[in-house]
Design a protein around this ligand. Structure first.
Ligand SMILES: [Ca+2]
Ligand SMILES: [Ca+2]
Ligand SMILES: [Cu+2]
Length: 309
């Protein structure tokens, strides 16, 4: 883990999506954070030690999913399927498939396995899976403010975790999607799907993959906007948390009965023509039961400052 010094930073961005606004000052205390997302190998150690069964591997209760096709009420997870050509980007069903049997051990469904993926981030983990791992490891999940502060690496006002240029000097800094999503993956960064953790440079706090590779769960419930800037700099919220689940639900949509948590950092599926969320300020709400091939997590530890000497 690496130590992230406490401090005050500008949370959010005025330049991209409405849910990132308004920019407002926030203070967080220092904390330790995993230098990479939790890997398949690490998650396997947890499952071996505890016998834990992830949400995606458990039988589904039809009463939780009143609108679901009964044929899909079998354990499984969401797997990305590239399309043959351009499609309507407003309908995510064009590229997401609920695949029976897909889970962290079988990331593409039955018949696939995670050989060769030991050092890749674990995927297909729902929120409670991340929480269970963190508890087992004696750690916690970050708040959105902690995560965003860590991602900035101390850079003030920078768009990306490394500065304002996406590929400084032509160097790819993160695993995202280059080309036209969801059909043309140009692989300029060298990776289709996830990449081994640490394949891209760390930010100034020594953290890899804060941008891209997999989205990462935080413990905050989603809100469609940030709170307003405090009237006085001295009154900036300190260690803010969003603990109220009700406002995170979206009435009238699938999963309306389920709260959503904030996920951060974007993934290997974020592309300029579709989703500019490979930035520290970017955020998205994800229903807590959702597991997908581009969502993982990392843990923090709110213990004391690093030992000196
Ligand atoms: Ca990529
Ligand atoms: Ca990430
Ligand atoms: Cu995205």
């Amino acid at each position: 883990m690496a130590w992230v010094p406490g401090g005050t930073f500008l949370m959010g961005s005025a330049d991209f999506y409405p849910e990132e606004r308004p920019v407002h000052r926030v203070s967080v205390d220092g904390f330790w954070i995993d230098t990479s997302p939790v890997t398949v190998a690490e998650f396997r150690r947890f499952v071996t030690a505890t016998g834990y069964v992830t949400v995606a591997e458990r039988p589904l209760d039809a009463s939780d999913y009143p609108d679901a096709d009964p044929d899909l009420l079998v354990p499984g997870s969401l797997v990305f399927r590239p399309t043959a050509g351009p499609v309507d980007l407003r309908d995510y069903r064009n590229w997401w498939a609920y695949v029976p049997g897909a889970c962290w051990r079988h990331p593409r469904g039955r018949g696939s396995d995670c050989s060769g993926l030991a050092r890749h981030p674990v995927t297909h983990v729902a929120y409670e899976d991340a929480e269970a791992y963190a508890a087992w490891a004696g750690k916690e999940l970050p708040t959105e403010a902690e995560w965003e502060h860590a991602a900035h690496g101390g850079l003030v006002g920078a768009v990306y975790a490394w500065g304002n240029e996406f590929a400084p000097g032509g160097q790819m800094m993160a695993n995202t999607w280059q080309g036209a999503f969801p059909w043309q993956n140009l692989l300029t960064d060298g990776y289709e799907g996830t990449s081994p953790v640490g394949a891209f440079p760390a930010n100034a706090y020594g953290l890899h993959d804060m941008t891209g590779n997999v989205w990462e769960w935080t413990c905050d419930y989603f809100t469609p906007r940030h709170p307003a800037e405090a009237a006085h700099a001295c009154c900036a919220p300190r260690n803010p948390r969003v603990t109220e689940p009700e406002p995170s639900k979206i009435a009238g949509e699938p999963g309306a009965n389920l709260p959503r948590k904030v996920i951060k950092g974007g993934s290997h599926l974020c592309a300029p023509n579709y989703c500019l969320r490979y930035r520290p300020a970017a955020r998205q709400g994800e229903t807590v039961d959702t597991a997908t091939c581009h969502l993982g997590f990392r843990c923090i530890s709110r213990g004391g400052p690093p030992a000196t000497g």
